[in-house]
Design a binder for this molecule. Sequence first.
Ligand code: ADP
Ligand code: MG
Length: 338
Amino acid sequence: MEKRRIACFLAAICAAALLCACAPQKAEETFLAMDTVMSVTVYGENAQEAASACRAETERLEALLSVTDEQSAVYAINHAEGQPTETDGELARLLSRVLELCGRTEGALDVTIYPAVRAWGFTDGEYRVPSEAELAELLTRVDYSAVSVRDGTVTLPAGAELDLGSTAKGYAGDRLAELLSGMGIESAILDLGHNIQLIGTKPDGSSWVIAVQSPFGGDYAGTLSVSSCAVVTSGGYERFFTDENGCVHHHIIDPATGHSADSGIASATIIGKSGLVCDALSTAVYVMGAERAAELWRASDDFEMVLILSDGSLAVTEGIAPAFTPADENAEITVVTR
Ligand code: ADP
Ligand code: MG
């Protein structure tokens, strides 16, 4: 009897040891950065070290790119009053890429939108509705094409200010993916606040399943089965206030009007290899509206999209349609084709 119990005990220990040997190491880090809650989950050897490195790298990027931190390189550029600023090489390269994306979206993305964003109170939470005259004056300072980046020197016209809020998290996703792959990590999911960056597949080799949030509250709108890519969503429901007349104003500004974008899109989810491109385009597509976004998609080969329109219908580009499952099987879905 005693022998049988010892045998069972040993068998249980062996089974547990075997399970530990098979299951990959997993580490999670949750932290506040770039004005949002971020959470990284990393699998594999050195998982904990890798997760901690993600946090440190994100904090480094925040210190470089923050628009409010008086020590940041962006702050220095914004306060140069028209004078050239010799800046950090990484920031200069990022800014060049962002300016390209502003051009590609015909200014729907405008990295100089900051004066308008601040006037509405989205920077400090002191919300207000600027007058049309004030907005018109502010818009004279919003023009990405007036930004010059040359040999690591950035020059803005006096009164112009950069805002990398629409792209910093996506860029961080790319940097973290690179950092993790350099550490030999083949499986990780980085949730950088509505910016998901996926490294490889789940540890068992299957695709990750990412929920696309419903912009109308309640349950999610659908799921995406994807791997090794970024999934970035922009929506007016993320940061907004209601004014005394009951009008809702949110944090994505149409550079053409200075007001919250009102293009008929409730949320724009962009899927692609680059977190930076997806983040930039999620903001831009939200401003552009479904038709212009479809034209941009037809002229491009680096992203797919899931748009939830204000009337609740969905538009999904053909490259991602097979990977998308709507939560409501009766949902009205248009597949956008080339
Ligand atoms: P979130 O940061 O909430 O995930 P986005 O990536 O869409 O959402 O970025 C929105 C932020 O980008 C705003 O808070 C503001 O700082 C900035 N922004 C707003 N409108 C524009 C625009 N048209 N072009 C570039 N940046 C914008
Ligand atoms: Mg964005």
